[in-house]
Ligand binder design. Structure first.
Ligand code: CA
Length: 465
């Protein structure tokens, strides 16, 4: 005999479950530390055919900015749609649940709207991925660590600071030798399972490459000829940059092998490693998208590819993220949504805008805690203006980016930076102190004040700031 109590509970669950029938699925692909170094963003050397193909079918956002150029904080902001402040979403270890308690997360919002929500790999960031309220099942992580190595030479010498192995390796191994290969396989299996389930899904898949260390199967390194790789032509600090502007020291937590970090050979090796990892990830993204096609899910699935921040590849002698220059804050963002246009948009958008945009595309109410704004209209009219000034901040530096300028003010007004992206797209000269830009600085500072004030308006579910 069937259990009447169970039936009763089931009936009440069904009665209260919102109907999600007919809603689009979401395939949400995060790629760690991926700057817009892709063919579809004009990258000339990098080989990214699979992401480029998706870009050709969707909308490529050419001027998308992260809220914070560091993993944990950037993701906490994106996943809650909440802006950062000097005391909220600061560093790599940021937890959304701690910094913005009570704020609904993006997957939680879809889950509450009747979606099956799954998390594979690096989505929020490490331990924060395990939070239960966001996901229908426990978040999945590859068993292999992101730094697992296949070349004994990699760990023969360890870095002084963190006892980490060499920053690169190129063994002749299969795609699934590394954790991202496992991640792609798991995501493909989930697509098959979700296809059988009959419910709309929000499937998050977070790749850890091209984040350092640059470990990828040899065939992806072989796509590039080391001696032909172009290195940055601005291997110097921007003229008149304040001392507050610093590059990231993260690369030095790995062993640099026999390379001298000041040499051009080092630059070529680092760029080679980064591009090999981009091509490796691109291949795995292609595998996942091919399965979406094979299952005939593409027509009813929104696909998003996003990066959590930019990255320097030797420009200004910087390697990595961790500042508010254009190369560290600008991110790749591609949205392919059913029935929407393909093309590109130069309108300014931010990663906190993604949450309400996806809600809007799926017809789901945006939680009151969200501060981002939906840019769904840009998927029909990509030429429309959207934001006047994008906002990004890192530790002591607050930045606003307009169509033409990138402006940073360090806490307490201790220093300023202004770059004219039209005349000086590589940001080789800080012009904040030049008399002819005095009015621009005043205007940019006013934009910044507006965005800072907006960020402070966040209140948690209990109404406390
Ligand atoms: Ca990252």
């Amino acid at each position: 005999m069937k259990n009447p109590i169970f039936l009763c509970c089931l009936a009440s669950t069904l009665a209260f479950a919102p109907s999600a029938a007919g809603k689009p699925n979401v395939l949400f692909i995060a790629i760690d530390d991926l700057r817009p170094e892709l063919g579809c963003y004009g990258g000339k050397e990098v080989k990214s055919p699979n992401i480029d193909k998706l870009a050709g079918q969707g909308m490529v956002f050419k001027r998308a900015y992260c809220q914070v150029p560091v993993c944990g904080a950037s993701r906490a902001s994106l996943m809650t749609g909440i802006l950062p402040t000097p005391t909220r979403f600061i560093n790599a270890d940021t937890k959304a649940s701690k910094d913005a308690p009570g704020a609904a997360t993006l997957p939680e919002t879809f889950k509450n709207a009747g979606y099956t929500t799954l998390s594979n790999g690096k989505v929020f960031h490490h331990k924060e991925d395990t939070q239960e309220r966001s996901w229908s099942e426990p978040a999945w992580q590859p068993k292999l660590a992101g730094m697992a190595s296949h070349d004994p030479e990699t760990t023969r010498r360890l870095s002084k600071t963190k006892q980490r192995g060499r920053i690169y390796e190129a063994p002749d191994v299969a795609d699934d030798a590394y954790s991202d290969g496992h991640l792609a396989r798991r995501t493909i299996e989930d697509l098959r399972r979700l296809n059988e389930g009959g419910k709309p899904f929000f499937l998050a898949c977070g790749f850890v490459k091209p984040h350092m260390p640059f470990y990828a199967p040899k065939k992806y390194w072989d796509l590039y000829k080391r001696d032909k790789i172009k290195i940055a032509d601005n291997r110097y600090r921007p003229k008149n940059a304040p001392e507050q502007l610093k590059g990231s020291g993260e690369f030095r937590t790995y062993h640099l092998g026999d390379f001298d970090e000041k040499s051009k050979d080092f630059d070529r090796m680092m760029r080679h490693g980064y591009m090999a990892c981009v091509s490796y990830t691109d291949k795995l993204v292609g595998d996942v998208l091919a399965e979406l096609d094979r299952l005939e899910l593409s027509d009813n699935t929104i696909v998003v590819i996003w990066g959590d921040h930019g990255w320097h590849l030797g420009e200004h002698t910087f390697w990595g993220k961790h500042n508010t220059t254009h190369l560290a804050t600008r991110v790749p963002l591609i949205v392919r949504a059913p029935g929407k246009k393909a093309g590109s948009s130069a309108s300014l958008v931010e990663t906190s805008d993604l949450f309400p945009t996806l809600c809007s595309l799926a017809g789901i109410e945006v939680p009151k805690t969200v501060q981002g704004r939906s840019f769904a209209n840009l998927l029909d009219r990509p030429g429309q203006p959207f934001r006047e000034a994008a906002y990004s901040r890192f530790v002591t530096g607050d930045a606003v980016i307009t169509q033409r300028f990138n402006y940073t003010r360090y806490l307490g007004g201790t220093a300023e930076m202004l770059y004219d992206l039209e005349k000086d797209p590589d940001e080789n000269e800080n012009i904040a102190g030049k008399p002819e830009y005095k009015e621009t600085v005043i205007q940019m500072a006013a934009f910044l004040k507006q965005r800072q004030d907006e960020a402070k308006q966040f209140r948690n579910a209990e109404g406390a700031k």
